[in-house]
Design a protein around this ligand. Structure first.
Ligand SMILES: [Zn+2]
Length: 139
């Protein structure tokens, strides 16, 4: 049940720091696609994306597109003079956890394990987009 007002982002996110290793991730996010890395040797996914698998140190890692479906693992709500924001750890359907912000949520309705969907929020300079998450039922 929705009770209260939906909270949107206070300001657009800053441009990400792009490295050779992370460039494919940010290029994909700009095109509304969320990528994670998977290892061809141990078959485990990992995040943040790295060339070397953190589980088995293999260099045989590849990009895979995530569904964008996730659940809320934990979150921290911060109130400021301008409004509020939520920093969260979300667990992707693919099995990795990432730190992100929540958007378009109703504060009183946030619950651990609630279903979330990815949304790509344009950066302040308009050149990239940052994957963030919102309650799945808000789609
Ligand atoms: Zn591995």
């Amino acid at each position: 049940m929705s009770t209260g007002t939906t909270v949107s982002l206070l300001a657009p996110p800053p441009a990400p720091l792009i490295t050779l290793e992370s460039a494919p991730y940010w290029d994909a996010a700009k095109d509304q696609s969320l990528l994670v890395k998977r290892c061809d040797d141990c078959n485990q996914p990992h995040f943040y994306p790295r060339d070397i698998c953190p589980h088995c140190l293999s260099t045989r890692t590849r990009w895979v597109e995530a569904s964008g479906n996730a659940t809320l693992y934990s979150f921290s709500r911060t109130l400021t003079k301008e409004g509020e924001y939520v920093l969260a750890y979300v667990r992707l359907e693919e099995g990795v956890t990432l730190m992100t912000n929540l958007v378009d949520y109703v504060p009183g309705n946030l619950k651990v394990d609630m279903p979330l969907s990815v949304v790509f929020v344009p950066t302040a300079d308009g050149k990239y987009a940052v994957p963030m998450f919102r309650p799945a039922e808000a789609q």
